[in-house]
Design a protein around this ligand. Structure first.
Ligand SMILES: [Zn+2]
Length: 203
């Protein structure tokens, strides 16, 4: 459970008191030692910054980029994947994953769809993004999830692989949001529903 933690930090010689709410898995609660010299004098100095007073190493918690593919079949139903692994094993997700270091978001969509569904991407169009807190291995990883409208080659030849047990086509408007545990994926699907509504109005 989240609880309030008082942090007393020294910044440019002045003391200030800061009230920050951190979950148990926030890096400020998980990281105990300097990753460079191993000293326990590795302290949080701001909402997302650490500093080691032993070796002066500074560390920032940044958002990691991740991608999600929005794929529609001929009926206008959207492709969802069933997760084969934890977290949220058995629940729905969108195809995609983390962007590798030094990889573009577009390249990441292409790689993930090859790995997860065994298909090639024909075209990609950026749609929207939402932030997320992804808890893995007892650590909160903050992400920026970028969604792309994605056309794929040979949609009928999709083969669930990697960390996916099955795929399902569902009208986004009919999706039970309880089945989609990720907050950012819920927001992305909500944005798709709004987009389709406006599309119908204009048609
Ligand atoms: Zn250090």
């Amino acid at each position: 459970m989240a609880r309030f933690v008082y942090q007393l930090a020294e910044i440019t010689g002045n003391y200030f008191k800061q009230i920050v709410m951190y979950s148990e898995t926030h890096p400020s609660r998980v990281f105990k030692f300097c990753p460079k010299c191993g000293s326990p004098e590795f302290k949080i100095t701001g909402p997302r910054s650490f500093r080691c007073s032993n070796c002066s190493f500074e560390f920032y918690v940044n958002s990691a980029a991740a991608v999600a593919a929005l794929i529609f079949n001929a009926e206008g139903k959207m492709l969802f994947t069933r997760r084969a692994v934890d977290p949220d094993k058995g629940k729905l997700d969108l195809p995609g994953g983390f962007v590798d270091p030094m990889e573009s978001a577009e390249r990441a969509v292409k790689r993930e769809l090859k790995e997860e569904l065994g298909v090639e991407v024909i075209s990609l169009k950026y749609f929207c993004s939402f932030p997320n807190e992804y808890k893995y291995s007892g650590l909160s990883v903050f992400t920026t999830d970028l969604a792309f409208l994605t056309e794929i080659d040979k949609i009928s030849e999709i083969t669930p692989m990697d960390d996916i047990s099955a795929i399902e086509y569902i009208y986004p408007e009919e999706l039970n949001m309880e089945e989609l545990p990720s907050v950012s994926m819920k927001n992305i699907v909500h944005e798709v529903i709004q987009f389709r509504k406006n599309d119908k109005k204009q048609a």
